[in-house]
Design a protein around this ligand. Structure first.
Ligand SMILES: [Zn+2]
Length: 273
């Protein structure tokens, strides 16, 4: 958390305010969220740079600068990224603030500081990007491509779906939801998934991710959009967070287990086997 739909929502919200703007100065208030770069160097590197593009890759917001470098932000559990008017009151959870030439301010806030921020050269970004699997919402991502991503895995299909080297952007919430929708037991090995099941799973995954983006993501706890609001997809979840409640398809009680991976796995014993 946040996963593909949430990070996509953040990127879409901040993009119109950032692209073309010049970063006037940067203040790093919590240096421990930076990776591979010190706070002073980070501040120096960004000051005066123009933002060329804002996008998403897997669960990262990627801000491309006019010198080719990329600010790569992974909000993880409690991070949020926002462009707003300068806040009136100081906030102790602000980790980075960057005033922009437009008068607005880019702020990264992180309550537990579990997030991570990299500043990568164009070449380092290319290498980083190459280690991440295909994007499920890209045109070239077909059911056959999903089957390839799952192939050769002894690990549980749910774990394979969440493995960022196999597939980008899917985490615990959407893996649970997609497997329920496709009627596949999350504990089954990835390589046991048939081509028919891969087709169903592909369809479910793409549909669920798109729907969640339309509803601006899922807020279970801390996730906020790029405008500071909660998402709205949580009311549409079919299994995640619904332990012991009746399955919306067959009426059996949803089961919560931690036996598949270390994470919470929700499934319906009636229609996922
Ligand atoms: Zn069911």
């Amino acid at each position: 958390m946040p996963e593909l739909p949430e990070v996509e929502t953040i990127a879409r919200d901040i993009r119109p305010h950032l692209v073309g703007a010049v970063i006037r100065g940067v203040r790093v208030l919590k240096a421990d969220i930076l990776r591979g770069i010190g706070p002073r160097e980070f501040e120096r590197s960004l000051a005066g740079r123009r933002v060329a593009a804002v996008g998403r890759r897997a669960k990262h917001v990627v801000i491309a600068l006019d010198d080719g470098r990329r600010i790569v932000i992974q909000p993880r559990m409690t991070g949020s990224l926002m462009v707003s008017a300068v806040p009136a009151s100081p906030d102790k959870y602000v980790a980075i603030s960057a005033p922009l030439s437009t008068g607005l301010q880019l702020t990264y806030r992180d309550v537990r500081r579990l997030g991570a921020i990299h500043l990568l050269s164009a070449e380092a970004w290319t290498r980083y990007d190459a280690r991440i699997g295909p994007e499920p919402l890209e045109a070239g991502f077909t059911a056959a491509r999903l089957a390839v991503a799952l192939a050769g895995g002894r690990l549980a299909v749910k774990k394979a779906l969440m493995d960022q080297r196999r597939l980008a952007g899917v985490g615990n919430i959407y893996a649970n939801e997609a497997l329920w929708s496709a009627g596949i037991d999350p504990s089954r090995s990835a390589r046991s998934v048939t081509s028919d099941e891969a087709r169903r799973l592909h369809h479910a995954l793409v549909r669920i991710l798109r729907r969640s983006i339309r509803r601006r993501g899922t807020t279970v706890r801390d996730y906020r959009t790029g405008t500071g609001e909660p998402g709205a997809y949580q009311s549409r979840l079919n299994v995640y967070g619904r332990a012991r409640r009746p399955c919306r398809r067959c009426g059996r009680r949803i089961v919560l287990t931690h036996a598949v991976d270390a994470r919470a796995t929700y499934f319906c014993p009636g229609c996922q086997h």
